[in-house]
Design a binder for this molecule. Structure first.
Ligand SMILES: [Zn+2]
Length: 242
């Protein structure tokens, strides 16, 4: 049930998808993998929209050089666990939701436990090793994966629905090299917002998802393009899986 306070808090979006849509958000549990540049806008907007349960995982501590883009954290949080800093800000924004913070590494031994019974996984990572692990877990458990990645002024996003669409490995058979990449804060702001928008569309059943399509953002040209892609019948992760 949606309370009077919730009716007021979510008034402007209930105008879009009704109390029924709001209840779907309230009953949803979403895992945001990473509390950095992408995880910040994703988690903020999902919390603001009233996603009832958020799991946020990050093993790092806040550093000064994070603050040009990781808006969940501020100068007084330097040295503090990012997952806990994120929970503090998200709970302050919306005390009606549950935020579960995991201050540890997402690896093959922890990922199943962290993902649990989540309805969606948001890839807000900065490395392909963890992205591939999230992709494999999503395909195995049949949970949608909302991918995002950024570099400099450029970013990309796609939505993977196991059994219906190609997976991250279909799209990127080989990992991009691991590096400390340049990032302007506005790039993850844009891509993270696209990811959060996809999560909200998926949960409320509105609109057309970025399935089998890669959204590509070029901030220097202020242009976006959408590139279609298909499931790879020989994919090492999703081929033959329903
Ligand atoms: Zn695949």
């Amino acid at each position: 049930m949606i309370s009077e306070d919730e009716l007021s808090r979510y008034k402007r979006q209930i105008m879009i998808f009704g109390k029924e849509g709001q209840e779907k958000l309230k009953n949803a549990k979403v895992f945001v993998a990473g509390a950095g540049g992408l995880g910040s806008p994703v988690a903020y907007y999902l919390a603001a929209a009233g996603v009832g349960s958020l799991v946020i995982a990050d093993r790092d501590r806040v550093e000064l050089s994070n603050l040009n883009r990781q808006i969940l954290h501020n100068s007084s949080n330097i040295g503090y666990e990012k997952a806990l800093s994120a929970r503090e800000k998200l709970t302050a924004l919306n005390p009606d939701i549950e935020v579960i913070a995991y201050d540890g590494t997402i690896d093959s031994s922890s990922v199943g436990m962290i993902v649990g019974d989540c309805d969606g996984i948001v890839d807000a990572m900065d490395n392909f090793a963890t992205r591939y692990l999230l992709n494999e877990t999503a395909v195995e458990k049949g949970i949608p994966l909302f991918h995002g990645a950024v570099r400099g002024f450029h970013g990309q996003a796609t939505t993977i629905v196991p059994g219906e669409t190609g997976c991250l490995r279909c799209l990127f058979p080989n990992a991009a090299p691991s590096e400390i990449s340049p990032v302007l804060g506005t790039t993850p702001a844009i891509i993270g917002s696209v990811q959060a928008n996809e999560v909200i569309k998926y949960i409320t059943g509105r609109g057309r998802l970025l399935t089998n399509r890669l959204f590509i953002w070029d901030g220097l040209e202020a242009e976006s393009t959408v590139m279609p892609f298909a499931k790879n019948p020989k994919c090492t992760v999703c081929a033959g899986k329903k």
